[in-house]
Write a protein that binds this ligand. Structure first.
Ligand code: ASP
Length: 355
């Protein structure tokens, strides 16, 4: 999608009037016609947040705080040992150690918290919030972040489940055909993985919050920090505009500060769909050659989610087929994401730029 100069001027004019004015939107692949206004509150998340959006929505209906609600929503995945992309049971780094990243923002008070490379504590979203609530800092990392969390009363536990340990061993065994680890047929299924949960909410009063939590890329180099704990990349919110967040290849998102970019595009008058498509285009434009096919299409995918203060929302992917979770007055459901490229345009090649 590209917005021509006339449309750009139109959206610029509406920016001054705020998001309440809906200009005519150019067509976007996979998008329905502009959605009718939805009743507030609204909670959106990556698809693994299907259970969480309902929990968060119910809390908002009871008048609870937006950030408390979405953190309760993502805690469900963080504490679920079967979800191998976050918290307990998350896939480990190359050394077999689960290292977690998370960040959050609270729109009404304009505060943020973040934690990276956190070990042994299942709920990094709550640690990020504790940093926000109890310190004058925004981000703590590694052993010092863990010490802070323990001082704050968080319980430590071994986060490496038997399933994730087995997956890591199989990945490790196949790294080098000439090493002393024997390869097995089922090892071939153990590939590189990503996975994360981002959740964003706007309540009936128009207050906004955002949170993202992850175990990051599986088998990452120890100490690697992805986009999830980077304020402005993994998530961002501005109470006067809305919120956005991301899941997928963090290295691609960090370079465009995707969540911040999406919120800023909404501030300038774009719909959530337009803002996310613009952000996806920036991701592709900023991708290094080794991760693009000969037509300039990325080997990886990345998802963005955005909700405007007035309740409009969207999800986006590079390739057709992505979806996201939403809960509003119509209930909790999965909706299709808008996309840049048709599914059959997806290049055959390394998954996520990696084999
Ligand atoms: N964005 C996460 C990261 O790069 C991973 C993911 O969402 O799958 O750490």
């Amino acid at each position: 999608m590209s917005i021509n100069r006339r449309e750009f001027l139109a959206t610029g004019a509406t920016a001054a009037a705020g998001l309440a004015v809906t200009p005519e939107w150019p067509a976007i692949a996979g998008a329905s016609t502009p959605a009718p206004r939805v009743a507030l509150p609204v909670v959106i998340a990556s698809t693994n947040g299907m259970r969480g959006v309902k929990v968060a929505y119910d809390m908002l209906m009871r008048g609870e705080d937006t950030l408390d609600a979405i953190i309760a929503g993502v805690n469900i995945q963080e504490l679920d040992p079967a979800d191998q992309s976050v918290g307990l049971g998350g896939l480990p780094n190359a050394d077999g150690v689960v290292q977690l990243d998370a960040s959050c923002m609270h729109g009404p008070t304009r505060r943020a918290g973040s934690v990276a490379c956190l070990e042994d504590i299942a709920t990094p979203s709550l640690v990020a919030k504790a940093i926000m609530d109890y310190t004058d800092h925004i981000m703590l990392v590694g052993d010092d972040a863990k010490r802070f969390a323990v001082d704050m009363g968080f319980r430590t536990q071994n986060l490496l489940t038997e399933k994730s340990r087995q997956d890591w061993l199989r990945w490790k065994a196949r790294l080098n055909a000439s090493d002393n680890w024997l390869d097995h047929d089922d090892d071939v299924k153990i590939k590189f993985h990503t996975g994360t949960i981002n959740m964003n909410a706007v309540n009936a009063a128009g207050d906004v919050s955002s949170v993202t939590t992850t175990s990051g890329m599986s088998w990452k180099i120890p100490g690697r920090v992805g986009d999830s704990p980077i304020i402005g990349a993994g998530q961002y919110c501005d109470n006067t505009v809305g919120a956005a967040g991301s899941t997928g290849r963090g290295e691609a998102n960090i370079k465009v500060c995707g969540a911040f970019l999406a919120v800023e595009q909404m501030r300038q008058g774009k719909t959530p769909e337009q803002a996310l498509m613009y952000t996806m285009e920036r991701v592709v434009a900023m991708t290094e050659k080794r991760l693009l096919d000969d037509r300039g299409r990325p080997f990886f995918d990345l998802s963005f989610y955005a909700v405007a203060k007035d309740g409009r929302f969207a999800g986006s992917c590079a390739y057709e087929g992505g979806d996201f979770a939403v809960c509003d007055a119509s209930g909790a459901r999965v909706q299709k994401a808008v996309y840049l490229y048709k599914a059959n345009e997806r290049p055959r090649g390394p998954v996520n730029g990696r084999r």
